[in-house]
Design a protein around this ligand. Structure first.
Ligand code: MG
Length: 203
């Protein structure tokens, strides 16, 4: 399975990163070993001193497809989960400055928190899925799918021009503003609406 992550899909987050708004979707990938499931703890890695959380809605692909037309993209997923795209911001900055790929900053083991539970799309208002992240009981991020620069169906159409999407592939759809550092001892809780989706302790 593939883990595909969208960068800069919310204008308020692009702004806080001093990044230009994208004219087309931007994506990168994580390996399967990046997945952090079942509310397992995240162990702060020794290669970074500035790991940030990025809470994101996650789409799970349920049918294989290539060159998927945007108007049919909604046939390729029926569930939405929630995750964190952990980012080593210090390494990412170095990669950006040197023009290097992002993998060491984005694709390390445990960097893709994923909720065990996925919510059927027909139980959600796809155009306005509200989600939030709490750090030690304090809300640090809140977003809604309404504010995505590129909507889920557009993302699926775009990605599938470059690679076949397969059942089980995950698309992390980008993070809203409010990203910030984590520390050992933190507890991160992600919610869709009022529903708790994951709980991760930083060790
Ligand atoms: Mg992200």
């Amino acid at each position: 399975m593939k883990i595909i992550c969208i960068g800069r899909n919310y204008s308020d987050h692009a702004k806080e990163m001093n990044a230009a708004l994208p004219e087309k979707p931007m994506f990168f990938m994580k390996p399967d070993v990046a997945l952090l499931q079942h509310n397992a703890p995240f162990y702060y890695p020794d290669f970074s001193k500035d790991i940030h959380y990025e809470c994101e809605l996650v789409v799970r692909i349920n049918k294989q497809g290539k060159h998927i037309d945007e108007k049919f993209a909604n046939r390729y997923y029926d569930q939405i989960g929630l995750g964190i795209d952990f980012t080593a911001r210090d390494l990412q900055q170095e990669c950006k400055e040197k023009g290097h790929p992002w993998e060491i900053a984005k694709s390390f083991e445990g960097s893709a928190v994923i909720s065990d539970q996925f919510i059927p799309v027909d139980q959600l208002d796809r155009s306005n899925i509200e989600f939030s992240l709490f750090q030690n009981d304090k809300q640090v991020q809140s977003g809604t799918s309404k504010d995505m620069i590129f909507q889920i169906d557009q993302l699926i159409a775009y990605i599938s021009r470059f690679m076949t999407l397969k059942t089980g592939d995950l698309i992390y759809t980008g993070t809203p503003a409010g990203v910030g550092p984590i520390a050992i001892g933190d507890v991160l809780v992600g919610k869709i609406g009022d529903q708790e989706m994951f709980r991760v302790e930083i060790k």
